[in-house]
Design a protein around this ligand. Structure first.
Ligand SMILES: [Fe+2]
Ligand SMILES: [Fe+2]
Length: 353
């Protein structure tokens, strides 16, 4: 949208009423529609704070507050974050005063007595610069808004795709419908409780549901086998951790990287007896430790084709017993302290609902 300089807001401040009226009339006759005049320099700041102005015509020698002081005053609150030209009106020819005005932020000068043509040309030039500045700012804002909107859309799409991908992995499994969703929610509670930053908690919540994505690469006869797995079959089954990580590797999205890390490390054990790498203690990424605990809690407390659901007490007992062996002992403590929240999530996202 093109900005017409004739519609821009002009503020004139001069202690001489005749000067003010002269300038106002000259500008009005030349087609400028929005002119405000004041004779009290103390009013410049409050007036500019109240209404956005595009040009300030400012006398230098005024009683109470000099033009230089006015510029210094408005600089801090009005001028520092945007460009508003200040056209200084001066009868004083001393270079020191002019230089001082320039130094504190004046854009140009008009020498009294005014030459009408010069006044109009300088006003026009400064308003053109202001108009260009406004157009550029508007474009920047629009651009920022557009980028922000696209980023949000992309984030939403990524989040939905991840959810769907987790469901795809789940479809082939015997696990219950809302298992992966609950694991994500439990993981979020633990992340928050141990003080991980919000963005990381968010990513863990979104990425944890993909922990078993690699199971889509496990043959049905092993994945869906009712009885106990042979050692060889167990080995193939355990390959789902690496397979999930491979599916999610080499992507620059932090969320996908997080999901890859969780897929790879959610079967590692605190004592080093887990797989695929046999990592121990804090060398297991925190997101893997958190998901491991969340996953086991949910698996034990829900019914599966091969087992009944354990009671909460039995499950908590088991988890406590495995602190320092299978699970990060500090996380177990936090988990127990957050049990009420965990159980509320469990109830809210129950399979039967
Ligand atoms: Fe798994
Ligand atoms: Fe799981």
């Amino acid at each position: 949208m093109k900005i017409s300089i004739k519609n821009l807001n002009i503020l004139i401040c001069d202690d001489s009423i005749s000067n003010v009226l002269l300038l106002e009339k000259l500008l009005q006759d030349s087609g400028y529609k929005s002119i405000t005049t004041i004779t009290n320099p103390l009013k410049v700041l409050p007036t500019m704070l109240e209404t956005p102005y595009d040009l300030l015509l400012l006398d230098i020698e005024m009683p109470g507050l000099s033009g230089i002081e006015v510029i210094e005053q408005i600089h801090q609150s009005v001028l520092h974050h945007q460009f508003i030209p200040v056209l200084v009106l001066t009868g004083n020819q001393l270079p020191a005063i002019r230089n001082k005005a320039l130094e504190v932020g004046a854009s140009d000068f008009l020498t009294k007595p005014f030459d009408n043509t010069e006044v109009l040309l300088r006003v026009r030039n400064l308003l053109r610069v202001r108009a260009a500045y406004l157009a550029q700012s508007r474009m920047n804002t629009e651009l920022e808004e557009r980028v922000e909107k696209r980023t949000q859309e992309l984030e939403k799409a990524t989040s939905i795709l991840i959810q769907r991908l987790a469901q795809v992995g789940e479809m082939r499994d015997t696990e219950t419908g809302r298992h992966v969703l609950r694991v994500g929610k439990y993981a979020r509670v633990l992340s928050d409780a141990i003080g991980l930053p919000d963005e990381i908690g968010y990513m863990i919540e979104k990425a944890a549901p993909l922990h078993d994505l690699g199971k889509i690469g496990i043959p049905d006869k092993i994945l869906l086998k009712k009885g106990k797995l042979t050692e060889q079959e167990r080995e193939v089954m355990n390959g789902h951790a690496q397979m999930g990580a491979d599916l999610l590797s080499d992507h620059e999205s932090m969320l996908v990287q997080m999901a890859g890390s969780i897929a790879l490390s959610h079967h590692e054990c605190w004592d080093g007896a887990g797989y695929p790498k046999g990592l121990a203690g804090e060398s297991i990424p925190i997101e893997g430790r958190i998901t491991a605990l969340s996953d086991v809690f949910d698996a034990l407390t829900t019914i599966r084709p091969y087992k009944e659901a354990w009671t909460i007490d039995e499950t908590v007992e088991y988890i406590k017993k495995k602190a320092g062996l299978q699970f990060d002992p500090k996380l177990v403590e936090v988990f127990v302290s957050k049990l009420e929240t965990i159980l509320a999530i469990k109830a809210q996202y129950d399979d039967a609902l």
